[in-house]
Design a protein around this ligand. Structure first.
Ligand SMILES: Cc1ncc(C[n+]2csc(CCOP(=O)(O)OP(=O)(O)O)c2C)c(N)n1
Ligand SMILES: CC(=O)[C@@H](O)[C@H](O)COP(=O)(O)O
Ligand SMILES: [Mg+2]
Length: 620
């Protein structure tokens, strides 16, 4: 790593002789494989942007120029070049974030890991620089996957109308999101890519004619004017130019000099330019390139020699959903599955293999997915839209106004709900129950184990007069937790529901283990606790209100934002019913919670048995 060690900032990189860039790229790839194999992370995406990131930091002057990475998972190389080469604690508490972080560096601006936002960020930044008369560029690096997101097209529409924006859009086209990127855009990018041969023919023509004395120049002028005409004839101009945005490319994204040349052309253009860069996800590491599933989009800890995982994960919450979805697909041909470019991570691959005509991958387009699902429901199908909980945020209006207001029988399956951990603040699925709690007619289930996922999914797809939501966390599924009784449709997990409890504990989803442990600890101190799991937690079941009437106090334990979550809804329901008992809400704080392990985040939030018991003890 002799060369990499000399790079402490983009200034060092600019000073580096061009002949050392290839060595530097090799060292960066070796570093990424060695370090990310140990920590886990986005290995494939970062291996694909080595030369691209080198070129960006040699052409532009960060932080005077602003570089924005879309989704941000491909910013490891950027971090290496901007003074952060200690990757030991990557994505762990106290270590580097796996995304850009303003706390880490002045070179980082957008920390948000939600895709398709970079062009909007960059346009705003560029407009500001232009209005302030500052000679600064905004550079957005957006993947072909992120480019399928609606926000990106809203931004392109605006950018195209602003001819003097100091803005360079770099499309990092590796033909993949996780799986191959879908849709008309992907086809269009493929058409542009095939032009590469076309461009190479023309470049040959230019060089040859330039070397031809006298007639060469005239011939070249004729050739060049033909090129424009021919290009339109042979290869229709890309839609970007038709939209009004200068298009440069396609460029070999692993030829650092070519990328630099293209970026310099774009920088000097004086208006918005889109540079189309062709890269390979996982470049330089065969195990990644050959990984059919997602080219090592995200890896856990792996053996760098073999590329094989070092940790074998147990059965996950996702597996429970995936298996039941497959069974349902067999039993009901009205069930349609929808994914937003995450077929495998959300567990829909088996369903897709079995029922290819009933799986829809919309790309990174959760808003479209949600309203399209309302359309599917209207046409007589029952759509099951599986996305990560945090990404539902983006489709809230579509959920509210297209699904709920039209009483559409759509089932949302929210994976990665609650605390995810290493992906940090914009990935924790801690907003969904606060958001959906205000949606009229919506029903939400929070299963406590695999059996409850299966049960809730079957119940959900039988609801055709409004949206249903099922949410569960990341990782290994909880051990089965059987109810010891049921009362008023509520599962009793601990205590005697026929007596009047000192404290009624309402357990939400995967917090069941914590809730029953709290009850045990309270019981050992002589406090009588009753633990119930409503299963369908929103709207708040009447049974909870009736039990609260007989309780001394109520505690609600949930892995959701405590603001607006189930606890808040229980408080509101008791108030509406005139039940005046104290309600103690245990949830995640209304904060952006940084990256750490799931256990560490829950502990820091006080969502473990001891602090809950402690707080209740002081109240009783
Ligand atoms: C709104 C949103 N939906 C889904 C995701 C999950 N996600 C993270 S990266 C990714 C694929 C991105 O593909 P691309 O933009 O082409 O970047 P690449 O990984 O190929 O470099 C997806 C779907 C996300 N981060 N944000
Ligand atoms: C960047 C992004 O949104 C995804 O790649 C995410 O990091 C994957 O998370 P999981 O590892 O939980 O599937
Ligand atoms: Mg891609």
């Amino acid at each position: 790593m002799a060369v990499l060690k000399t790079i402490t900032s983009p200034v060092d990189l600019k000073r580096l002789p061009a002949e050392l860039l290839e060595t530097l790229a090799e060292e960066i790839r070796a570093f990424l494989v060695e370090r990310v194999s140990r920590s886990g992370g986005h290995l494939g995406p970062n291996l694909g942007v080595v030369e691209l990131t080198l070129a960006i930091h040699r052409v532009f002057d960060s932080p005077n120029d602003t570089v924005v990475f879309d989704t941000g998972h491909q910013s490891y190389v950027h971090k290496l070049l901007t003074g952060r080469q200690d990757f030991e604690g990557l994505r762990t508490r106290g270590g580097l974030s796996g995304y850009p972080s303003r706390d880490e560096s002045e070179h980082d601006v957008v920390e948000n890991s939600h895709a398709s936002t970079s062009l909007s960020w960059a346009e705003g930044i560029a407009r500001g620089y232009h209005l302030r008369g500052e000679d600064r560029h905004a550079v957005a690096v957006i993947g072909d996957g992120a480019l399928t997101g609606g926000m990106a097209w809203e931004a392109l529409n605006n950018i195209a109308a602003n001819k003097n924006l100091p803005l360079v859009i770099v499309v990092n086209d590796n033909e993949r999101s996780y799986s191959p990127t879908i849709g008309g855009l992907a086809d269009h990018l493929a058409m542009l890519r095939t032009n590469r041969q076309y461009e190479q023919v023309l470049d040959w023509g230019k060089e040859t004619l330039h070397r031809t004395p006298f007639v060469g120049r005239t011939a070249y002028q004729a050739f060049h004017s033909m090129k424009k005409g021919a290009k339109d004839f042979w290869a229709p101009q890309g839609m970007f130019e038709d939209l009004g945005i200068k298009y440069v490319g396609p460029v070999d994204g692993h030829d650092e000099a070519s990328v630099e040349q293209a970026l310099r052309r774009a920088k000097s253009f004086g208006g918005p330019v889109l540079v189309h860069v062709i890269t390979q996800k996982g470049r330089g590491y065969d195990h990644a390139c050959n990984d059919v599933a997602d080219q090592f989009h995200t890896v856990g800890k792996i053996n760098p020699e073999t590329g094989l995982p070092l940790e074998i994960a147990g059965r996950s919450w996702t597996d429970e959903f995936s298996d039941e979805m497959l069974d349902l697909g067999r039993e009901r041909n009205d069930i349609v599955a929808i994914t937003a470019a995450m077929m495998m991570p959300v567990g829909l691959k088996p369903f897709a293999d079995a029922y290819p005509e009933r799986i829809i991958d919309v790309g990174i387009a959760e808003q479209h997915a949600t309203t399209m699902a309302a359309g599917l429901a209207f046409s007589g199908m029952h759509p099951v839209l599986a996305i990560y909980a945090t990404f539902l945020n983006r489709a809230f209006d579509q959920l509210l106004m297209d699904c709920a207001m039209h009483k559409a029988g759509v089932t949302f399956v929210l994976d990665r709900a609650g605390v995810t951990g290493p992906d940090g603040a914009s990935h924790h699925g801690m907003w969904d129950m606060s958001l959906v709690s205000i949606v009229p007619g919506l029903r939400l289930a929070a299963p406590r184990d695999g059996q409850q996922i299966r049960r809730a999914l079957r119940e959900a797809v039988d609801v055709d007069d409004g949206p249903t939501v099922i949410r569960f966390p990341k990782g290994s599924v909880a051990e089965p937790l059987e109810a010891i009784a049921t009362t008023d449709g509520l599962d009793v997990l601990a205590g005697d529901h026929e007596s009047d409890p000192e404290v009624l504990i309402v357990s939400v989803g995967s917090m069941a283990g914590t809730a029953t442990t709290v009850a045990e600890k309270l019981g050992a101190e002589g406090h009588d606790a009753l633990v119930v799991d409503p299963r369908w937690v929103l709207p708040v079941p009447d049974g909870v209100v009736e039990l609260a009437r007989r309780a001394g106090r109520v505690a609600v334990i949930e892995d959701n934002n405590v603001a607006g979550g189930v606890g808040a809804e229980v408080s509101r329901a008791l108030e509406d019913a005139g039940v005046a008992v104290p309600v103690h809400r245990f949830g995640l704080p209304k904060e952006f919670l940084g990256h750490a392990s799931r256990g560490q985040v829950l502990e820091a939030a006080g969502l473990t048995p001891e602090p809950i018991v402690e707080r209740l003890r002081t109240q009783m």
